[in-house]
Design a protein around this ligand. Structure first.
Ligand SMILES: [Zn+2]
Length: 262
């Protein structure tokens, strides 16, 4: 239950809808397969040791959601159905995760101990914080419109679904919501005036939910600064710093130099 509530205020959320059969890039709708997306996919597939397959899920809760999973024999990109232009950019975002994976820039983040849904959600957000930031940069460079994906995230924060007061009152939830706000505001810094939703609007919405959320976001900002990084080691250091700022020491990050989860 908690997870599904969190998903509602989330960005590129885990897919929970009914799934259809796996298919290949060539089977995507023609309008989605723009030259830039085809080029991006072709480049990544060439460097990937396993085939990249797609899986569509029909979601009733969120209109823009994607999730990429890496398996020994294939990489699966799950996505919810959206408009063609949104889908192109959502797939570019998810392929961005595959791109970072083949370049050795994936953040490997684990939770130790119990398989706890809330901790798993924290883990996923800490893992994707740096990656999503880098993906915005990559997408902008390649002529995609990451603003569309961002606006969807920002709108989810501006119009949060109902969350029971006992959950909102929890320190863990407030830290988690602060993390989401921090990531969205960090990415916003890459768009300048190209997006209309402002920091003030996002903070106001967070304060209406629970004032501590903004305080947490500001603390993360002071501790971590921008999510920018440029190689496996600096991205690891940044991700670990973010984990420390958010708390949750049972969430650990793999040090690419030593292979040890710290
Ligand atoms: Zn992502």
């Amino acid at each position: 239950m908690l997870t599904s509530l969190l998903v509602l205020i989330s960005c590129v959320a885990p897919i929970t809808g009914a799934e259809v059969k796996k298919f290949d890039f060539s089977d995507l709708p023609p309008a989605v397969k723009t030259v830039r997306l085809t080029d991006f996919f072709t480049e990544i597939q060439r460097e990937s040791a396993v085939p990249i397959r797609f899986l569509r899920a029909d979601l009733s809760l969120a209109n823009l959601a994607g999730q990429t999973s890496f398996f020994p024999t294939e990489t699966i990109v799950r996505y919810s159905v959206t408009s063609d232009v949104e889908l192109e950019n959502l797939l570019a975002h998810e392929l961005g995760h595959v791109f970072l994976h083949v370049k050795g820039l994936s953040m490997d983040v684990r939770t130790s101990g119990l398989n706890d849904e809330f901790l798993n959600a924290i883990r996923d957000d800490i893992s994707s914080a740096v990656e999503d930031y880098l993906i915005v940069k990559i997408m902008l460079k390649r002529g995609f419109r990451p603003q569309l994906v961002w606006e969807n995230l920002a709108n989810n924060l501006l119009n949060p679904q109902y969350i029971p007061p006992n959950i909102v009152a929890g320190d863990g939830f407030q830290r988690f919501a602060g993390l989401r706000l921090f990531c969205v505001l960090n990415q916003r810094g890459l768009f300048g005036n190209e997006v209309t939703i402002t920091r003030e609007q996002l903070e106001k919405a967070a304060i209406a939910l629970q004032p501590n959320i903004v305080q947490h976001e500001r603390n993360y900002q002071a501790d971590v600064g921008t999510l920018d990084c440029n190689d496996a080691q600096s991205c690891f250091v940044k991700t670990k710093k973010l984990r420390d700022a958010v708390g949750f020491p049972s969430v650990t990050v793999r040090n690419p130099k030593t292979g040890i989860f710290e």
